[in-house]
Design a protein around this ligand. Sequence first.
Ligand code: GUN
Length: 285
Amino acid sequence: MAKIIDGKAISAEVKVKVAKEVAALKGQGISVGLAVVIVGDASASRVYVNNKKKACEAVGIYSEEYALPASTSQQELLELVDRLNHDGKIHGILVQSPLPKGLDEAALVETIAPQKDVDAFHAYNVGKIMQGKYSFLPCTPAGVMELLHSAGVEVCGKRCVVIGRSDIVGKPMAMLLLHQNGTVTICHSRTQNLKEICREADILVSAVGKAAFVTGDMIKPGAAVIDVGMNRNQEGKLCGDVVFAEAEKVAGYITPVPGGVGPMTIAMLMKNTVTAAKLQNGILP
Ligand code: GUN
């Protein structure tokens, strides 16, 4: 049976470290601040944003939430981001994705000051990650790396397979595994022989967004299986991409959903916000 990688416990450890750093910065007269912008009323986004707010309170980060109606214009959002870029109380700006139809999310993200881009979605930060010289890492892939590290899963030299090629997870995930000297394959909806490729993986990361996508027969015995999926099954229950009951019999390590990657994403956001405050106060170069 696979060892469960407990994202709740590991994220709690990260948050304890972050809280200490927040307190130390407060001692230097710096109150760390995060602004979260949410547009429209997508219920999943609402849950994520509430969790982010709670995490800020838990680690002592000042937070502002801008919950705007779906009718908000691109111009109004651009003005808000511009104001937050110049707001000394705010070190991190996060625009919750997805935005309602008709709004240009990519264009908006490019107006966030790179030093306040705690999602690491801005082209400047994406480029830095490609070069391996980054200040921020996108929260979910960074959280996955932390989970692997905490579980003692060595990446160097291992066969790593990432299913999914999104800008938020798949692409940066592959790059971070590569930086740790993994041998990385990215699979996607057009991949042929997906099962055979997955079966070679020592580390399998699924970021597809489809319930029951990864079955037990796609997993190499002893592999580390990381489930980034956040789906609802037929009964409306939260589940990942991986058929957990099958996978845990084959894998060496596995993350549950909920309680795996999800809490790590938020912990890494807290960490990035502290990094942003340090960058803006000349504590980090
Ligand atoms: N929506 C789902 N995950 C994320 C995330 O990590 N950042 C932002 N901004 N929006 C999201």
